[in-house]
Design a protein around this ligand. Sequence first.
Ligand code: NAD
Length: 333
Amino acid sequence: PVLRVAIMGLGSYGERVAEAMRSCKKAKLVGVVSGTPSKIKTWQSRYGIPAKNCYNYENFDAIKNNPDIDAVYVITPNGLHHDEVIRVAKAGKHAICEKPMAINAKEGQEMVDACKAAGVKLLVGYRMHFEPKTLEVIRMRKAGEFGKIKFFQGLCGFTIGDPTQWRLNKQLSGGGSMMDIGIYAINGSRYMTGEDPVWVTAQETKTDHIKFKEGIDETIQFQFGFPSGATASCLSTYAMNNLDRFFLDGTDGFAEMQPSTGYGPIMGRTHKGELNQPITTHQTVQMDEMAAIIFEGKQPVVPIDGDEAVKDLKLIDAIYRAAKTGEKVEVKL
Ligand code: NAD
């Protein structure tokens, strides 16, 4: 069967997903949840969405009685994901949620528990887990082609604009650059090395205290230690451009990717030469793969479920604690 999806939150990323889903083979956009009636109208005509599949934030629990929707994809500000995903689960629909899945590990775990209790799947929009060049580096690492992994570097950032946007509002964002873009380095350090960190250190710098208020991080550098002895050194920022770079080093080789997580073509090379796997539209592949995970029990190479997201949230909690206290924080994922 085709996975019939309603998108909740018709903002810029919701639009990108909707456009990408036009090319899906196993997933289809069939419904919307939005607080803006004019946007619902536009989306109805653009994607042929029937009125009976349109909801707002007050009445979307009624999706429970709609047999024509299988899953709801939550693409709203981070701080809203927790309550919305739990409502989706209670309505008996599979939940797909954008990253960061929640604003801390406790909320994340509650979402995992609610979806388990309701017997629905919880999947997170980790689009890089389906990106061909990323998957090739993971394959090479598993095959031992880099030898013993010693080091990972992840640099993720951009200069954020409009100071009034929700991304700079703690209640809605849960934090600053770490929640938004640093999470790519966190998640990437795990899928690139194949290990989960056991300790975290972090240092924060802030140059603009007006734009980046209390609880909104501008720039954080952080380090992870892994059980094998490998380490990672990463940077997350809302105040620098051209930072989209992964570097993995092993005793027998290396991989470098730049851009490493952007929407456009991912580019990179290893000690064996250029990575030349095909360029894909990440969101199209992600939604087809999610349909296969939900309906065919397919196992992704790197997990994309709620438990995977809680690991990243535990690391975000630890990074914030380490940055605040200056201490080395032990973690158990
Ligand atoms: P956006 O501001 O463009 O869109 C957010 C949408 O949520 C808007 O349509 C807005 O109207 C709606 N909304 C609902 N309730 C709201 C409220 N109380 N306050 C403010 N807005 C409200 O943001 P976006 O860039 O689309 O980001 C949405 C989510 O998608 C975030 O969690 C973000 O981290 C994630 N995202 C993921 C990727 C990715 O590559 N996976 C890329 C961009 C964004």
